[in-house]
Design a protein around this ligand. Structure first.
Ligand code: PMP
Length: 411
């Protein structure tokens, strides 16, 4: 696959995102809620429309032309995602509704088979609720225990504490590649290596990495990797679970229904081969097809270019926000994706978010589905600005100016 690596031309990129060109509350939209979901380029929207206008049919079982076209387009995305994360085999790519479903699939299927009473599952204090609750559910059922890697004040994982936890010989380690609340990039390669030495399998929640960091599952040697399409310029409602083939083969189906079977009788059912064993029912075909264009969009920009440009945005935002008296930055890890949380002493984060919205600036406020992390930091929530490759330094200036005005107005 040829990947263009042209430097970032932000105006050219912005021109591809129709949603960015609008007024919100009378002001040009500044979209800084990219960690929640990022915007979609026209080519992704066109791919979705094209699919429904020309190719819509149910996949795999049909022999008519439309069914063949839809199947081909759906399977083409599987190959793109395989390349995108450098998986060894295409059948290691399973389409799901996104990261939440991918983690639930592993927790339910792997967990129900391989977790036993007294076993341990290690997660981290930086996790999204999606990488906490599925493990709690299965651990409760299997009478297994959850252990948590502690988080330092700057928002990094305490690796010494992790090493100690590994002496308990956990069965599973599940951590994110990057934190949605603080932006911390976790040393996943090291985490995986140490976990394997202790005999555990490792799941990486890649929700905040797919649009921002290079991903090579073979190099990482992770056992499972989870991605949501909507956080990488693709449609909502789809994503993938990557799993090593030898593990997926040992795992029972997560859901039963059409497509995941070979033969059904009332007494016994045999299951389909990978990846279809885990894709019961009619999948989200249109959105999977459109996801392919999102992958093309990222590949054409080049991950290294994206990383460099977004890092520049982050450094600029840190410089601007930290210069404002009364602003406290939350999450100051050495390695971060382009996410900056902050607080203003004496002003509730919801009020800040609302007031920024009146200036057309979209940020996220609250606990960001990481309540245990907020508890650890002794706060209720933050204001979070998260940047994408279509954002500009001028927009960060607008954020900083907005924050300064709020402080002046409310204090
Ligand atoms: N993990 C992380 C780190 C996330 O940021 C998110 C989304 N905010 C999720 C998991 C859940 O992803 P989804 O809602 O797309 O399933």
């Amino acid at each position: 696959m040829s990947v263009l690596t042209a430097p970032i031309d932000v105006e050219k990129i912005r021109a591809q995102f129709p949603v960015l060109h609008q007024l919100v509350n009378g002001k040009p939209l500044v979209y800084f809620d990219n960690a929640a979901t990022n915007q979609k380029p026209q080519r992704v929207i066109d791919a979705l429309t094209h699919y429904y206008q020309h190719d819509n049919a149910n996949i795999h079982r049909g022999i008519h032309t439309l069914a063949e076209r839809a199947t081909k387009a759906y399977e083409a995305t599987r190959l793109s995602m395989q390349n995108f994360i450098h998986a060894r085999h295409s059948e290691e790519i399973i389409f799901t509704r996104g990261v939440t479903e991918s983690i639930n699939l592993v927790a339910a299927s792997y967990g129900r088979t391989f977790l036993h009473a007294g076993d341990e599952v290690i997660i981290s204090g930086l996790e999204h609720h999606s990488n906490i609750v599925p493990w709690q559910l299965i651990c409760e059922e299997r009478k297994a225990r959850i252990k948590v890697i502690p988080v330092t004040e700057s928002g990094e994982l305490d690796l010494d504490a992790y090493r100690k936890l590994l002496t308990g010989k956990p069965k599973v380690v599940a951590v994110n590649h990057a934190s949605n609340s603080l932006g911390t990039i976790n040393p996943v390669k090291e985490i995986i290596k140490l976990a394997h030495e202790a005999g555990a399998v490792v799941l990486i929640d890649g929700a905040q990495a797919s649009a921002h960091l290079p991903i090579d599952v073979q190099e990482l040697d992770c056992d499972f990797y989870c991605i949501s399409s909507h956080k990488m310029f693709g449609p909502t409602g789809t994503g993938i679970l990557y799993g090593k083939r030898e593990l997926l083969e040992k795992m029972p189906p997560y859901m039963g229904g059409g497509e995941m079977i070979k033969e059904v009788t009332f007494t016994k059912t045999t299951y389909n081969d990978l990846p279809y064993k885990f894709e019961a029912g009619t999948p989200n075909i249109g959105d999977v097809v459109a996801l392919n264009e999102a992958v093309n969009f990222i590949n054409e920009l080049g991950k290294d270019n994206i990383v460099a440009y977004e890092h520049e945005l982050l450094v600029y935002a840190v410089e601007k926000l930290s210069a404002i008296k009364g602003v406290k930055l939350i999450g100051t890890a050495k390695k971060k994706v382009s996410v900056q949380s902050f607080a203003i002493e004496g002003i509730h984060h919801f009020d800040i978010g609302q007031m920024l919205d009146t200036r057309g600036i979209a940020v996220r406020t609250g606990h960001h589905c990481t309540q245990p992390l907020m508890d650890r930091l002794g706060i209720e929530g933050t204001v979070r600005a998260s940047f994408s490759v279509y954002n500009t330094k001028a927009e960060i200036d607008q954020l900083a100016e907005g924050v300064e005005r709020i402080i002046k107005f409310l204090k």
